[in-house]
Design a protein around this ligand. Structure first.
Ligand code: GDP
Ligand code: ZN
Length: 357
């Protein structure tokens, strides 16, 4: 495969011009694991580790390769013995805050070298201009060019009205009004990702990011969605491909990291978004109530009485689960302190409202 099809450009070529080490070849990172990366170049995919010399550098500046990065590798392509020696300077990067050694917040790059980031909103009630503004900030911050996708036009009676509203908060940003379900106007997104260009989709859970990617892939979905790599113990593992080549050219990055990013950006506002649920939950008998089967659960009671919609509760639980997963991955001391704080707050609530149940 041609490197340009994978996103190689003069921006990266200029960084290796004059490099006389013939043993180093460029490759693009298509997957990131704990201490292993899957890279792809003209020879195919390889499982790679970072060389000792490079690790030394990484320890001082924290720049681990991320999905989308262009790296220089040596070793035999197509094997498990490829070594990453260098990460080329990024055109753009999406980061999130992670807890580093001794509780220090560090920047963690979750995806790199994205040219176009589609900020996706659903026209089915998820539509929220404030959230769109937040995503725009994240996007401009990254170095990628944002474009807005208003999905689920099939569920909206006043598409033009929505476009008008968005134009006011995002002047000069391209807007695509589409339906992933009926493939209506999907062509306008496809045309916005020329061959060799890399795109990503950002937006709340449920707006239709996966559906849009599937619509872009069409029939080819099954054949390109997965990549096999021989594990170090000779086991054949199949994991989902995080850098996807579209049939007509163009590249889409779809990583768990980008999905976490969206939650990360939303975390502070979860309580505000689901104010109704959190207000009710304060009256549950147990402070650590999962609102699934505990006796004296105020949330279940609200669902049964019709005061609270089950689907809304499901989406709350989904987001909360992702946030808790995030939290567990952060520094444990910070997490424990947070837990203690919430335990105290909820205990106070429980004591105050015990008499009600
Ligand atoms: P993601 O969480 O952003 O990846 O969202 P999904 O792609 O999983 O879509 C969430 C839900 O919305 C699914 O049930 C989809 O079938 C539905 N959906 C996605 N796009 C459309 C659309 O254009 N119209 C309609 N009616 N439903 C859609
Ligand atoms: Zn409960």
């Amino acid at each position: 495969m041609d490197l340009h099809t994978l996103g190689w450009s003069s921006f990266f070529a200029a960084q290796v011009a004059g490099d006389d080490n013939q043993d180093l070849t460029p490759a693009r990172v298509i997957q990131q694991h704990r201490d292993r990366w899957v890279v792809q170049n003209a020879d195919g995919t390889s499982s790679a580790r970072i060389s000792g010399r490079f690790r030394h550098q990484v320890d001082s500046n924290g720049t681990f390769p991320a999905v989308g990065d262009w790296v220089l590798v040596h070793g035999e392509s197509g094997t498990d013995w490829v070594m990453i020696d260098r990460v080329l300077t990024r055109r753009s990067s999406f980061s999130r805050q992670a807890a580093g050694p001794s509780d220090r917040a560090i920047e963690q790059v979750v995806a790199a070298n994205i040219d176009i980031v589609f900020l996706v909103a659903g026209l089915d009630g998820n539509f929220n201009l404030r959230r769109l503004e937040r995503y725009l900030t994240v996007a401009w911050d990254s170095g990628a060019t944002p474009q807005i996708v208003l999905n689920k036009t099939d569920l909206c009676d006043n598409v033009q009205g929505c476009i008008d509203q968005v134009e006011k908060v995002a002047p000069a940003v391209t807007i695509h009004a589409v339906s992933a379900a009926s493939c209506d106007n999907i062509e306008s997104i496809r045309a916005a990702i020329p061959s060799g260009r890399t795109a990503a989709f950002l937006g709340s859970s449920g707006v239709g990011k996966s559906s849009l990617i599937n619509a872009l892939l069409g029939e080819e979905r099954q054949s390109v969605a997965e990549v096999s790599s021989e594990g170090s113990r000779g086991r054949h593992t199949t994991t989902s491909r995080e850098l996807i080549l579209l049939p007509e050219g163009g590249i889409v990055i779809d990583t768990p990291g980008m999905r976490e990013l969206q939650i990360w950006a939303d975390e502070a506002s979860l309580g505000r978004t689901f104010e109704d649920i959190e207000r009710v939950a304060q009256y549950c008998r147990f402070a650590d109530c999962s609102h699934l089967h505990e006796p004296g659960c105020a949330v279940r009671a609200a669902i049964e009485s019709g005061e609270l919609e089950e689907s809304r509760f499901d989406s709350y639980r989904k987001q909360l689960r992702e946030i808790r997963f995030q939290r567990r991955r952060q520094d444990t001391t910070a997490a424990r302190a947070e837990q203690e704080k919430w335990k105290k707050i909820t205990k106070r609530w429980r004591n105050r409202h015990k008499e009600l149940y």
